[in-house]
Unconditional design. Structure first.
Lengths: 113, 116
């Protein structure tokens, strides 16, 4: 069975400082991993995905994530937070053999002026 | 233009009622999905629907049934609503059924269902 654990339910940063949202996964197979963002009253939007290619994945809006198999982690980072980054972020794992997508419980990012 | 839309946005109803949530996508995608997000924010897939092929998550009660009048729509019907059905329901679509590693899923804004 596959699962993800988002280690922080809430992260607060100041505008212009780095962002780190942590995610650990568990999978019996070689997984695909994703980060989605959800702004208030909006649908989930794909930020980036890892599908067994380069371990450092660059996404939209300056976000990136690094797949570390030895640590079973897929943390999301951004060098400098912007006010518009305030949202809920979901880490997702998928078994490449089926369509099952396991979402984490989400991390709410707050950006202070 | 909204790529994946859902109506209604909020739905409050009493136990035992039957209700529907509508979903429409204007992306020309072949595959649509329904997800349930529980109070702990976990999203679990309920159905995948592709070219009249329905894949059902075996844990979904048969009170839930998807209806697809055409490729652009996948509505969710729920009979005999129970308190435990309260959740946010997300519709999504993708180009194909090969899996999210191959095809990006586009999500609607969600429908918050409250059963009293």
């Amino acid at each position: 069975a596959q699962s993800v654990t988002q280690l922080d339910s809430h992260v607060s940063v100041s505008e212009g400082t780095p962002v780190l949202l942590r995610c650990n996964y568990s999978s019996s197979y070689s997984p695909s991993l994703f980060w989605y963002v959800q702004h208030p009253n909006k649908g989930l939007q794909l930020l980036l995905k890892y599908t067994s290619a380069a371990t450092l994945v660059k996404g939209i809006n300056g976000f990136e994530a690094e797949f570390k198999k030895s640590e079973t982690s897929f943390h999301l980072t951004k060098p400098s937070a912007h006010m518009s980054d305030a949202a809920e972020y979901f880490c997702v794992v998928s078994d490449n053999n089926n369509n099952d997508m396991r979402f984490g419980a989400g991390t709410r990012l707050t950006v202070k002026p | 233009d909204t790529a994946v839309s859902q109506t209604p946005k909020y739905l409050v109803t009493q136990m035992g009622n039957d209700k529907s949530i509508k979903c429409e996508q204007n992306l020309g995608h072949d595959t649509m999905y329904w997800y349930k997000q529980d109070s702990k924010k976990f999203l679990k897939i309920m159905f995948s629907y592709n070219n009249k092929e329905l894949i059902i998550n075996e844990t979904v009660p048969n009170r839930f049934s998807p209806k697809s009048p055409d490729k652009a729509h996948l509505n969710l019907h729920i009979n005999s609503l129970e308190l435990g059905d309260s959740a946010v329901y997300f519709c999504a679509s993708s180009q194909g059924l090969a899996g999210p590693a191959f095809y990006e899923q586009y999500f609607g804004p969600g429908t918050r269902l409250t059963v009293t």
